[in-house]
Ligand binder design. Structure first.
Ligand code: PEP
Length: 258
């Protein structure tokens, strides 16, 4: 049976001390849930090594929030896949809507980064999502499937098990976001699964991990995790406090024991 993926990105929040406190506080809950849950945390770059050290030998993956696709060179301000790995991360978040909207990330650069991550043995966590306007126009599925297909262009079926897709409606993310209902979220996850099935076959599509994000919280996580095509949740604000993250782990454990 697949593990349930429960992860958080801290975005540009926390300082060194808060990072340490979070790591210490979630440790017991991580140990308790390790057979059932694949936990992951994505700190800001400067704290990756520290968080990776705090969690060494604990059942949680560490990620980076972005990376460049080149191995090295004159790319001021970029961080290469090799550097990400050396800091202790094994996951890399690619194409978050904030990066697409504010930092010029495109489907094409997302694809370059996905391929670079795979080349270096990192797990790309590919974020895709429809905007409010696309939802209004009735093209959510088209938009999301297009993003998925371009992100995976050139990725072979044997590499798919190493990729995670996070469906995060842009209209659901952050303070102003409205969480997707269970039905809305499942509808898009199913469409992603079907698109993967067409391209890579049923077995690969079924094995692939699809997680849901965008204002996931302690009230709606259980319903989302009960959906057949949702393999986990990717959470921002509600998991920034260790208690919130630990509670999400408990919710997932309860969900699995039903
Ligand atoms: C996100 O930005 O990826 C996210 C899930 O944030 P939040 O849960 O705070 O909406």
């Amino acid at each position: 049976m697949k593990k349930i993926w429960i992860g958080t990105s801290w975005k540009m929040t926390k300082d060194k001390r808060a990072a340490q406190a979070w790591a210490s506080a979630v440790t017991p809950a991580l140990i308790e849930s390790e057979d059932t849950i694949q936990a992951f945390v994505i700190p800001p770059f400067p704290y990756i090594s520290q968080v990776a050290e705090s969690f060494s030998n604990l059942p949680i993956l560490i990620g980076a929030q972005n990376m460049g696709w080149q191995d090295q060179g004159a790319f001021t301000g970029e961080v290469s896949p090799l550097m990400v790995k050396e800091c202790g991360a094994s996951v890399v978040e690619i194409g978050h809507s904030e990066r697409r909207a504010m930092f010029g990330e495109t489907d094409e650069t997302v694809n370059l980064k996905v391929r670079a991550a795979l080349k270096h043995g990192l797990t790309p966590l590919v974020c895709v999502g429809d905007t409010a306007q696309e939802k209004k126009w009735g093209v959510s599925i088209e938009s999301v499937v297009r993003q998925v297909k371009i992100a995976l262009f050139g990725v072979e079926s044997h590499q798919l098990a190493q990729v995670i897709i996070a469906y995060e409606p842009v209209w659901a993310i952050g303070e102003q976001g409205t969480p997707a209902t269970n039905e809305e979220a499942e509808w898009v996850h199913l469409a992603i699964r079907q698109a993967l099935q067409q391209q890579y076959g049923q077995a690969c599509a079924n094995d692939m991990t699809l997680v849901c994000g965008g204002s996931v919280n302690l009230d709606n996580a259980e319903g989302l995790l009960a959906q057949p095509n949702i393999d986990g949740v990717f959470v921002g604000r509600s998991a920034w406090q260790a208690e919130g993250y630990a509670e999400l782990l408990s919710i997932a454990l309860r969900q699995r024991s039903k």
